[in-house]
Design a protein around this ligand. Structure first.
Ligand SMILES: *Cc1c(COP(=O)(O)O)cnc(C)c1O
Length: 342
């Protein structure tokens, strides 16, 4: 019942991705509370699987990871060193000249990394900015220079090679470990691996790592079942009306638990199912804050819980139903479920 997290699968995914890039150190990205699964649990399992380098987005995210992985591991902060948020014992990935000078003034001699922009135009120094501070930055010995790919989940996208070329132009010849690949980049092949990879979603069982083992199962307890007669409707707005007698189960989870309201049925047509093992129970009517209703007429016996996420219906299947990505489904899951770690 609740959110079940399979740590053996998580560790297997980490190791499998590390093996795809054997020449690189395999860092693990545990930002956003370990993609919603719990940064402490996830980070300590990955440390046990051999990870020594971790990435978070914000300095606020460092403490729970540090507590889980101990003092020896390195924790990199992708947002770098923002005004008013001292990275402490973590390593800021400095992404502008402004951040570089702030950090060097406040933390002389402490480890730092450099983040370059190679075309995504989101975070990192642009080529001109990098050229201007490069000599000074390198003289202070950064521990890592990295950039991020915009289209790595599309292997044939010409942007991948453009960014690889730009990254090499900005960094070839420097004596600093480099990192370009997240999950998608690892799968693009050895040219993209450099000295460190930064897998996130693939570790958690999501695409584009199609060979991942599923990590999450989400089982929602059935509170009540009832018979709905032809002509009666279900849920807010009366958006679904029975055309024949239907057995309806109500489960205890809703959009406050990260089950997007967009998963509501489109009038009569379900967008997503709940599952009793492999048997499908279409979601009827609106997803409300704490409750979801599903058609269980096809079941001989209604189980104690129905699954939203399982090996039969993956995180990416749920995402596809509402035109989003597995990342958003995972990070939305919220803190109200009982968590079971296996
Ligand atoms: C989130 C993130 C990652 C991890 O990406 P995945 O696609 O989840 O593997 C790596 N690097 C940066 C800069 C990121 O923002």
């Amino acid at each position: 019942m609740g959110l079940r997290i399979d740590l053996a699968a998580l560790q297997a995914n980490y190791r499998a991705l590390a093996q795809r890039a054997p020449s690189a150190r395999a860092a693990a990205v545990v930002k956003a509370n370990g993609y919603g699964l719990g940064a402490d649990v996830v980070a300590s399992a990955l440390a046990a699987a051999g990870a020594r380098d971790f990435f978070v987005a914000l300095t606020r995210e460092v403490a729970p990871v540090r507590a889980a992985v101990g003092g020896d591991a390195r924790i990199f902060v992708l947002s770098g060193h923002m005004a008013g948020s001292d990275p402490g014992d973590a390593i800021p990935m400095l992404n502008s000249a402004e951040q570089f000078f702030r950090d060097r003034a406040m933390r002389p001699g402490r480890p730092f990394g450099i983040q370059l922009d190679t075309g995504m135009n989101r975070l990192g120094m642009e080529p001109g900015e990098w050229a201007a501070i490069r000599d000074e930055a390198l003289s202070q010995r950064p521990v890592l220079v990295m950039s991020h790919l915009a289209c790595a989940d599309e292997p044939d996208h010409p942007m991948n090679r453009r960014q690889l070329t730009a990254f090499r132009e900005m960094t070839d010849g420097i004596d600093v470990p480099r990192s370009l690949a997240a999950t998608g980049g690892i799968l693009l092949g050895p040219e993209y691996h450099f000295e460190m990879t930064r897998a996130g979603i693939g570790i958690y069982g999501g695409l584009p790592f199609a060979d991942a083992r599923p990590v999450v199962r989400l089982s929602l307890p059935v509170i009540q079942t009832r018979e709905v007669l032809e002509g009666e409707s279900v849920g807010y707005g009366n958006t679904w009306t029975a055309t024949k007698t239907t057995r309806v189960a109500t489960v205890a989870a809703g959009y406050a638990d990260g089950i997007h309201r967009a998963l509501s049925s489109d009038g009569q047509a379900a967008r997503i199912d709940l599952l009793a093992g492999t048997q499908r129970c279409p979601v009827l009517g609106r997803v409300s804050m704490d409750l979801i209703t599903a058609d269980v007429s096809g079941l001989e016996e209604v189980p104690e819980a129905l699954d939203l996420i399982s090996p039969v219906q993956t995180v990416d299947d749920v995402a596809a139903a509402i035109n989003t990505i597995g990342y958003e489904i995972l990070t939305s899951l919220g803190g109200r479920y009982p968590r079971e770690i296996v």
